[in-house]
Design a binder for this molecule. Structure first.
Ligand code: F6P
Length: 488
C-alpha cells in the first residue's frame, strides 16, 4: 500500500545491468531462470507491485532467439505484471563496460578486498557509450515527461545525468548496491569527477549505510565545487538538488506456504547428500566472488575441526557458489584457490564416506536454496566487505521454526541491523572457528530468542519499505525544488 500511495499512478522505469529473468535455449525449449543477484532479489518484488518497465542488459539470455527477437517480454512468465525490455550489447561493449570498467575497475575500487582496481581508457569509453545507450532506452520507453526512473548500481553512474538532460522533470532515484569508499580510495579513479557529476543527476541517491553516505558526501566535497547541507543530507550542484540518504535494502517477506517446511527439508536434504539424519549442517550461499570471504570461512571451519575433533564426522558444510564473471582472471584464480583449499581440508579431515566441505559450483534456483536454508543448523556469511548481503536476510526469513544460527561478518551492511547474529571479523580465523562451534552448540532457547528478534526486524523493514522511503524522499525534494524555483 505504501508503494501505491507514493507512486499514485506514476510511470516506473527500472534500469539495471542484470536482467531479472534469463530466457535460455535448452533441449526442452526455452527455459526461464533467475540470476544470482542480490539486486534482482530485492528489486523484482517492487516491480511486480508497481508494473512498469525494467530495462536490462540481455547478457544471461545467451541466445537472443530464445525470446523470439522480441526485445520486450512480459514477466514473470507465470503471471506477467511488468515488461522486461532488453538492451543487447556488442561483445566489445560488454568487455569494456561490464567486465572492464564496472568489474575490474569500480568493483575492486569500492570493496576493501585488497584486489587492485584496473582502469583502462578503452573500458571507460565503452562505459560512457553503454550508459548513453541505456539512457536513450529510458528516454525512448518513457511515455510521460516525468517518469520515476529507478537506476541501479555502479554500472550506471553516468546515466542519471544523461537522462536528466533530456527529461528534466523526471524523478531519478539511484541506488548504489555496493559500498562507497573514502575520498582517497575513490580518488584513484581517473574519471572521478565525471562519475560524481553523473550521479548528481539523481533526485535521490541511496546507499545501504550511513558510512557509505558519509564517504560519498566527503568525496563530493573533495573533488567538486558543490554545496553540501549536512543537516538535511542534500547536495546542490549545477543548480540541481540531490538527497543522499541511507536506505538499507531488504527482501519481500515470504508467504506462509512458500515451499517445503523445515522438518521436511532437514530430512530430504540430508538424504540427498547421503548424510546421517542427525548430521550438523552449515550452509553458505554466495556468488563465487573474492569479496565474499569464502576462503576465510573454510579456514575457520578447518580451525574449528582442529580444535574440536568431536565435530569431525559430525559437521558438514554445504557451500553453494554461483559462478560469476568467470572470464576475468581474478575470478578464475579465486576459483582455483577455493577448490584447492577444499581439497586440502577434505583430505585432512575426511575419509571414504565423509567430506567436511561440499562445494557446489553451480546455479541453484531460489526454491532449492530455501530448502538448504531450512535444513541448516548454521548459515555463514563472512564477506570481507559487502554493501548489504541479502543471504543473511533470506536465511532469517526462511526460518519460521525460529531455529538456526546466523554467523555474520561485521563488514556487511546487514551487521548494522542484525545485532542478534554472531558477528565476526572474517579475517580473524580463530574467532570464526569459535563462532562456528558456539553456533553448533547453542541452546535452543537462545537460538529462538535471537532468531525471533531478527525475524521481526526483517519482516517490518521489508523491501516495500525500502522503495517507499526512497519515493517519499524524492517527492518531498521535488516539492522543495518547485517552491524554490517559484521564489527565485
Ligand atoms: O549488487 C552488486 C551486484 O554487482 C549487482 O549489480 C549484480 O546484479 C550482482 O551483484 C551480481 O553480479 P553480476 O550481475 O555481475 O553477476
Amino acid at each position: 500500500t505504501l508503494l501505491h500511495e507514493e507512486l499514485a499512478g506514476d510511470e516506473v522505469l527500472v534500469v539495471s545491468n542484470r536482467e531479472p529473468y534469463l530466457h535460455m535455449h535448452t533441449r526442452n525449449g526455452v527455459e526461464v531462470r533467475r540470476p544470482a543477484s542480490g539486486l534482482v532479489t530485492a528489486v523484482e518484488p517492487v516491480m511486480r507491485a508497481c508494473s512498469g518497465t525494467w530495462i536490462a542488459h540481455g547478457s544471461g539470455s545467451a541466445d537472443r532467439d530464445a525470446v523470439d527477437r522480441n526485445d520486450r517480454v512480459p514477466v514473470p512468465p507465470a503471471n506477467p505484471s511488468y515488461t522486461l525490455r532488453r538492451v543487447w550489447l556488442t561483445k566489445e561493449e560488454e568487455e569494456g563496460y561490464y567486465y572492464g570498467f564496472a568489474n575490474e575497475g569500480l568493483w575492486p575500487l569500492c570493496h576493501i578486498a585488497h584486489v587492485r582496481p584496473v582502469f583502462r581508457s578503452g573500458d571507460w569509453d565503452q562505459y560512457v557509450q553503454v550508459n548513453q545507450r541505456f539512457a536513450d532506452a529510458v528516454i525512448k520507453e518513457a511515455r510521460t515527461d516525468d517518469p520515476v526512473v529507478l537506476a541501479q548500481d555502479y554500472h550506471f553512474a553516468l546515466l542519471p545525468r544523461m537522462v536528466r538532460e533530456v527529461l528534466p522533470k523526471a524523478t531519478i532515484i539511484t541506488f548504489w548496491h555496493i559500498p562507497w569508499p573514502n575520498p582517497e580510495s575513490f580518488g584513484i579513479c581517473p574519471w572521478r569527477e565525471e562519475i560524481l557529476e553523473g550521479l548528481l543527476g539523481s533526485t535521490t541517491l541511496g546507499f545501504h549505510t550511513e558510512f557509505h553516505c558519509k564517504n560519498f558526501l566527503e568525496t563530493v566535497d573533495r573533488y567538486l565545487e558543490a554545496r553540501i547541507e549536512h543537516e538535511v543530507s542534500t547536495i546542490s550542484y549545477g543548480g540541481k538538488l540531490t538527497k543522499v540518504e541511507d536506505y538499507p535494502i531488504s527482501i519481500a517477506w515470504p508467504e506462509a506456504e512458500d515451499g517445503p517446511g523445515v522438518a521436511e527439508s532437514r530430512t530430504s536434504i540430508r538424504q540427498e547428500l547421503g548424510l546421517p539424519a542427525n548430521q550438523l549442517l552449515g550452509i553458505g550461499v554466495d556468488r563465487l566472488d573474492y569479496t565474499k570471504g569464502i576462503i576465510e570461512r573454510f579456514q575457520a571451519i578447518e580451525k574449528m575441526l582442529e580444535q574440536h575433533p568431536e565435530m569431525v564426522g559430525r559437521f558438514s558444510m554445504v557451500q553453494i557458489a554461483a559462478p560469476s564473471r568467470s572470464s576475468l582472471d581474478e575470478y578464475q584464480n579465486f576459483e582455483a584457490r577455493v577448490r584447492s583449499l577444499v581439497q586440502r581440508i577434505n583430505r585432512r579431515f575426511g575419509n571414504s564416506n565423509y567430506e567436511p566441505i561440499l562445494l557446489k559450483v553451480e546455479h541453484h534456483d531460489s526454491d532449492q536454496v530455501n530448502r538448504y536454508y531450512r535444513a541448516a543448523d548454521v548459515c555463514l556469511v563472512t564477506s570481507l566487505h559487502d554493501g548489504m548481503n541479502l543471504v543473511a536476510k533470506e536465511f532469517i526469513a526462511a526460518r519460521d521454526d525460529e531455529h538456526g544460527v546466523l554467523i555474520l561478518s561485521q563488514f556487511t551492511g546487514a551487521a548494522r541491523e542484525l545485532h542478534e547474529a554472531l558477528i565476526v571479523n572474517p579475517y580473524h580465523i580463530e574467532q570464526g572457528a569459535e563462532a562456528i562451534y558456539r553456533a553448533l552448540t547453542m541452546p535452543e532457547i537462545e537460538q529462538r530468542e535471537r532468531m525471533r528478534s531478527m525475524r521481526s526486524l526483517v519482516k517490518d523493514f521489508n523491501i516495500y519499505r525500502w522503495a517507499g522511503r526512497m519515493l517519499l524522499d524524492a517527492s518531498r525534494l521535488r516539492q522543495r525544488e518547485r517552491i524554490m524555483t517559484k521564489i527565485h
